[in-house]
Design a protein around this ligand. Sequence first.
Ligand SMILES: [Zn+2]
Length: 203
Amino acid sequence: MRVPTLPTLIRTLTLTNITATLPRLPQSPFANGRHPTRLLLRSMPSVPFLGSLFGGQQSRDMTDYPVKKGEDEWQAVLSPEQFRVIRQKGTEAPFTGEYDRHMPSEGTYECAACHTPLYRATHKFKSGCGWPAYFDSIPGAVTRHTDSTFGMARTEILCSKCGGHLGHVFKGEGYPTPTDERHCVNSVSLKFAKEDREGKSGV
Ligand SMILES: [Zn+2]
């Protein structure tokens, strides 16, 4: 009888053990695409719990942003809530944000992370959705990319300067605005400045 070499023996035993002990994975309840919370999620910027469950953070886009900081550096300069929303694509609870019902006649909303002007006060409108809503942004200040978490295509909006998560943009909802777009933004991603800071750079 031929004695197997040690590496062959180990490989054989390991493979046998793995095959014998592999559990049968239960089928995902969402595998058929009929996500029970799909409708609930439609108007929300993102949902942190489900986001982490479904690997939402893996959807972070790889665009090269001018302001570069490591996640530990961001954590050092942002509050825990800002870090959760801006860097981890979280969502503040609806109707709770500082700027939800904030309707100044002039001024600028800047990125809370890098202070780049993003929206004018005159872009803001009352949507009733529970988050600050803008029908347009300062040209070039906001970057869009497709967010396919939860099995649906939504358009995420990010600060063009630092890549900070702002929320999502929705189109064709019928709001009486010049663009019929709603930039649904987390208040915590923004910082309001009374003066007109458009054109001024951030960090
Ligand atoms: Zn920014």
